[in-house]
Design a protein around this ligand. Sequence first.
Ligand SMILES: [Cu+2]
Length: 161
Amino acid sequence: MRAGLISVITVFVVMGLGVQRGAGAAGPRQVVELQMKEFAFVPATVTLRAGVPVELRLVNRGVVEHEFMVYNPGHMRMAGMDPDVMHRELEARSYFRGLDVRVEGKAKKVERMGKDLAMITLAPGERVVLRFMPKKKGTFEVGCHIPGHYEAGMKGRWVVR
Ligand SMILES: [Cu+2]
């Protein structure tokens, strides 16, 4: 009886250590939560280190759906642009081009250009986890381009150092 109990406890402890070792073997990673709501990204600036794996937890805490796009805005003049043309242009400028991005969880829509992540649309309450390795350094923009949202302030900075 007592021996049985002890072996149960032993198994439990070993399993616990196994979980910790597994996490350690995966090495360092950057865990960031980015919330979407009306009409903002919180935090407004996401700062990442290039070359360190990222676990980005994206969640829609708002009451309407929102889009997540990260891109190089360059000298684009977005005001007055046709929404479809603008989305295509921003997707072509996506930060995620050439990066392997895994998306876990339920999203209303995940759009890719070829294999490259271009845009994620989340319904209220949805959350996903993105896993990728940032490479390109610089300052980029996060934006929601559902008509009216970006103009209302739904944008942020994406800084990779
Ligand atoms: Cu939005």
